[in-house]
Ligand binder design. Structure first.
Ligand SMILES: [Fe+2]
Ligand SMILES: [Fe+2]
Length: 158
């Protein structure tokens, strides 16, 4: 079982590769579509699982709250761009411009998580809990994956 940190980093590596891949594709090609859909679904469930396992734990300590709130706020901002992109025609020039904003922001977000946030988290999550948190994270992520479309449909109804 990977530790919570390994599980998150593994996802980040996949997300970085997908960001590069999408950036190198053209218009509404099948390559772009496939990579974007994989990215969208995986980032959504990754972020939700981070919030429910990792960040909720950090928020339980006063000195972890600001860092956790900052990251969760960034999740919300990235989510907005992702929904915008989903509604935009992939072959329009605006799509790749907006995507590059998301790429820049998300790369920064992942770096911050791996440096500052992990350092703080290590003081809240004892080393003996690393694997249990990794397991919880992966479980939540898998469950979240099945909920994405449901949640989205609910949000559109509101
Ligand atoms: Fe995150
Ligand atoms: Fe992350």
């Amino acid at each position: 079982m990977p530790s919570i940190y390994e599980a998150i980093k593994e996802d980040h590596a996949r997300h970085r590769a997908l960001l590069e891949k999408i950036d190198g594709t053209e218009g509404d090609s099948p390559e772009r579509k496939e990579a974007w859909e994989a990215f969208y679904a995986d980032v959504k469930s990754h972020s939700a699982a981070e919030e429910e396992t990792f960040y909720s734990k950090l928020m339980s300590k006063t000195w972890g709250q600001d860092a956790a709130r900052h990251s969760v706020h960034e999740h919300e901002q990235m989510d907005e761009i992702m929904e915008e992109l989903r509604e935009t025609d992939m072959s329009s020039p605006g799509w790749i411009q907006r995507f590059r904003v998301l790429k820049h922001d998300y790369e920064h977000h992942m770096e911050e998580e791996e440096d500052e946030v992990f350092t703080r988290a290590q003081e809240v999550i004892g080393a003996e809990q690393n694997e249990a948190f990794g397991e919880k994270f992966l479980e939540r992520k898998a469950k979240e994956g099945t909920l994405i479309e449901e949640k989205r449909a609910d949000a559109l109804e509101d």
